[in-house]
Design a protein around this ligand. Structure first.
Ligand code: XIL
Length: 299
């Protein structure tokens, strides 16, 4: 195959990209994004601050720009993200307790209703665990509202759109030996045991010198899949874009039957939120990097 998306489709998977609505007018960008990828995640446009800037007043202008571009070009869409400590609008940042929980429920219902039946996977909850060795939840206004805020989010999401796969998504959870990974594993196991509706786990996979790729990532994916959830690589970028590491990540996904696909977090290095890491598959002029060829060969 000659594109990442077509190559991934040979095994029933997708190869996706984070798209920024403001870049779709850049023809080099849009040409590559359309040619190479068959799944799209909005980089920022479906987040809480973008979609509900005032409480109860939803705005899907930018989100729909990404969504419509994706669907008109035959791609599936990952929804990102409904409940998160970051990129909350000001009104939500100042909420707490039951009022915040009701706002979270209202937000999930409002966004999922707009896209009902149209989203392959939703990142229902993003980044709820703390970094480091504690294995604890991350402190946030949502966490302070009660430890069960995550399952409330998932139950709300299932009722709002039963057709979407519901994912928990996080970073620094790729290495099986890390406390954060184990904490996430315990939560997913508990959810499956108690019937909390969760379908998938997203591994962001922002690899860098502080949190490098480790070959036990495959074990992590396998162990989560064995709990009865799908897994996905949701925001891949690799500091320095080592072709070997990119190929390893792809091979890890391909080795796990329940790995749905891989999404890279941007098109060219200059589009990356960490552009100084030159972490992506395309050079700033749109040419393919060595990592691109490594990924295509691995798929
Ligand atoms: C990042 C975007 O790439 C940036 O443009 C934005 O300024 C901040 O958020 N984890 C996530 C993504 O789940 O939503 C983040 O995206 C990167 C880390």
């Amino acid at each position: 195959e000659s594109t990442l998306g077509a190559a991934a489709a040979q095994s029933g998977r997708y190869f996706g990209v984070a798209v920024a609505s403001g870049r779709l007018g850049d023809s080099t960008y849009a040409t590559i994004a359309n040619r190479e990828f068959n799944s799209v995640t909005a980089e920022n446009e479906m987040k809480i601050d973008a979609t509900e800037p005032q409480r109860g007043q939803f705005n899907f202008t930018a989100a729909d720009r990404v969504y419509n571009w994706a669907v008109q070009n035959g791609k599936e869409v990952r929804g990102h993200t409904l409940a998160w400590h970051s990129q909350q609008p000001g009104w939500m940042q100042s909420l707490s307790g039951n009022d915040l929980r009701q706002a979270m429920v209202g937000h999930i219902n409002g966004v999922m209703a707009h896209y009902k039946g149209k989203i392959a996977q939703w990142d229902v909850v993003n980044e709820a665990f703390a970094d480091g060795s504690s294995g604890a939840r991350r402190d946030s206004n949502l966490q302070r509202s009660g430890n069960d805020w995550i399952e409330l989010a998932f139950r709300t999401a299932r009722a709002a759109d039963p057709s979407a796969k519901l994912c928990y998504n996080d970073y620094n959870v790729e290495n099986w030996t890390w406390a954060k990974t184990q904490a996430m594993y315990s939560m997913v196991r508990d959810f499956k045991q108690r019937g909390v509706p969760i379908d998938c786990v997203g591994f962001q996979s922002h690899f860098n010198s502080g949190s490098p790729y480790n070959s036990n990532f495959r074990t992590t994916l396998q162990n989560f899949a064995a709990l009865g959830v799908d897994v996905a690589v949701t925001e891949l970028d690799i500091q320095g874009a080592s072709p070997t590491t990119y190929a390893n990540v792809v091979n890890d996904c391909l080795a796990v039957e329940r790995c749905l696909g891989v999404t890279v977090w941007g098109v060219r290095d200059s589009d990356s939120w960490r552009s100084e890491h030159t972490p992506l598959l395309f050079n700033n002029d749109g040419s393919k990097k060595a990592a691109y060829n490594a990924v295509l060969d691995a798929l």
